[in-house]
Design a binder for this molecule. Structure first.
Ligand code: EPU
Length: 421
């Protein structure tokens, strides 16, 4: 297992390019299961989670080839409808194959994903929705077994706007008979990206990006040649890195329209942000102001940026409060940040952060994807050396993060973990 070693204290400067969005690529690659034929995707990030979905598609009989940021998938020979535990336990988002498999193969068997470090993360809303579309669902031996003769359009109301739940139902409904209406749907840019690709494939979806999505079922879908949108969370993480180190960084190939909540909060901390259609420049200035943040479904402040902003606020003037409303256990990075000198108190879903003058480098352990990014940011700002271990969490969702930061002037390198006696 690799470690990342950072010598803190360098202001970042220069240009950096954002890669394709993990959370858009995952449902879009799963959508290839909806029809047979040859797909080509560009701007697919090189990540462990993307490897996991590619392996899963291959298990189902798809031919998957990768090279130069492109993924070619041929789903003509699909012959299997099971997502086994060994694969689903590596990545919860494997549940995204459930809707497409059911729509195309009329049956699916997918291991229940279970909880993860950040919360229990049930999938009841996915399953209720599929039942409303006419699927028979049974939970047996740790698996969801779903079957149908033909899915039929329905009105589905989500108690909570769920991202992958909305995606699963949207995909299943494309081949249903009649019209499906998803209410209180998630509105993330990744939902719009998936709907765009499904529409290119011949689906009839309107309203994606609003709380009400209408899907008129069609008889056939077709393969497409398309590209993945930029990763707004990678862009946001780089923005925080620039502000935190009082740097000046031009972030290219991103979509500033997807980053409004992040820009708004970053400006309140005192950073200067300028944007054009496809890039942003972030300049960190003088002292960092304390602010309060509440995570919300899009277009609110993303839970996937909470840990990174916590690092920034750890070295701000005064007190900040972060309220996490999406996941019940997404403060696991706090104990590691405290070991680096941060003054953070947790009370239920609130983190009270008293800004300190500086953080001090320490050996720390990554516990989940966004927590790993926060520890790397903390290392960039800290005095002395920080060693982040268990970076396989980082590799699930950040493409070459340490290389991108090094190109911006950070003293950061990846090394194979030292064998401890
Ligand atoms: N929920 C339920 N029942 C369900 C589904 C969700 O109660 O059937 C609850 C969840 O427990 C949570 C809330 O609804 O409290 C929202 O969860 P959601 O379903 O939206 O999360 P997700 O689809 O599992 C996606 C991203 C996450 C991101 C969340 C929130 C992907 C592959 N994953 O997860 O990304 O944090 O939306 O925006 O799109 C990450 O990239 O690090 C990551 C965790």
């Amino acid at each position: 297992m690799d470690e990342i070693i950072i010598k803190g204290g360098k202001a970042l400067s220069g240009e950096v390019t954002v890669g394709g969005a993990k959370n858009a690529a995952l449902p879009i690659l799963a959508a290839t299961l909806l029809t047979g034929g040859k797909f080509r995707f560009q701007n697919v990030p090189d990540l462990r989670d993307i490897d996991s979905i590619k392996e899963l598609l291959a298990t189902m009989g798809a031919d998957v080839q990768t090279g130069d940021g492109e993924v070619h998938i041929d789903t003509a020979g699909l012959n299997h409808y099971e997502a086994p535990y060994e694969q689903v336990r590596k990545m919860r988002a494997s549940i995204l194959v459930l809707g497409p498999l059911l729509a195309r193969m009329k049956k699916a068997k997918v291991s229940l994903p279970g909880g993860c470090a950040i919360g229990a993360r049930p999938i009841d809303l996915h399953l209720n929705g599929l039942e409303l579309l006419g699927a028979d669902i049974a939970l047996e031996h740790g698996y969801v077994e779903a079957a149908c003769d033909q899915l039929t359009g329905a009105e589905i109301y989500f108690d909570i706007p769920t991202v992958t739940g909305t995606e699963n139902l949207m995909m299943a409904a494309t081949l249903a008979i009649g019209t499906t209406v998803l209410r209180n749907a998630a509105r993330e840019p990744e939902i719009i990206a998936l709907a765009d690709v499904l529409n290119q494939m011949g689906a009839d979806i309107s309203g994606a990006g609003t709380a009400v999505i209408t899907i008129k079922g069609v008889k056939h879908l077709f393969p497409v040649d398309t590209a993945i949108i930029p990763d707004r969370i990678e862009a946001g993480t780089l923005m925080v890195a620039a502000a935190l180190t009082r740097g000046n960084v031009h972030i290219k190939d991103c979509d500033p329209l997807h980053l409004k909540a992040i820009v708004h909060k970053l400006e309140k901390t005192g950073a200067t942000v300028t944007a054009d259609a496809t890039s942003l420049t972030v300049k960190g200035n003088g002292p960092i102001n304390s602010i309060d943040i509440k995570t919300m479904p899009y277009p609110g402040f993303p839970t996937d940026m909470q840990a990174q902003f916590m690092v920034l606020l750890s070295v701000a003037k005064g007190f900040s409060v972060i309220s996490e409303t999406i996941f019940e256990n997404r403060f696991i990075h706090v104990s590691e940040l405290r070991r680096m000198g941060a003054d953070i108190t947790i009370s239920g879903s609130h983190a009270m952060i008293k800004g300190v003058k500086s953080l001090s480098g320490a050996p720390v352990m990554a516990t989940d994807l966004r927590a790993s990014a926060s520890l790397i940011l903390a290392g960039l700002a800290a005095s002395g050396t920080t060693t982040v271990s268990r970076v396989y969490h980082l590799d699930r969702g950040y493409e070459f993060l340490e290389k991108k930061l090094a190109l911006l002037g950070a003293a950061i390198k990846r090394v194979p973990a030292q064998t401890k006696p």
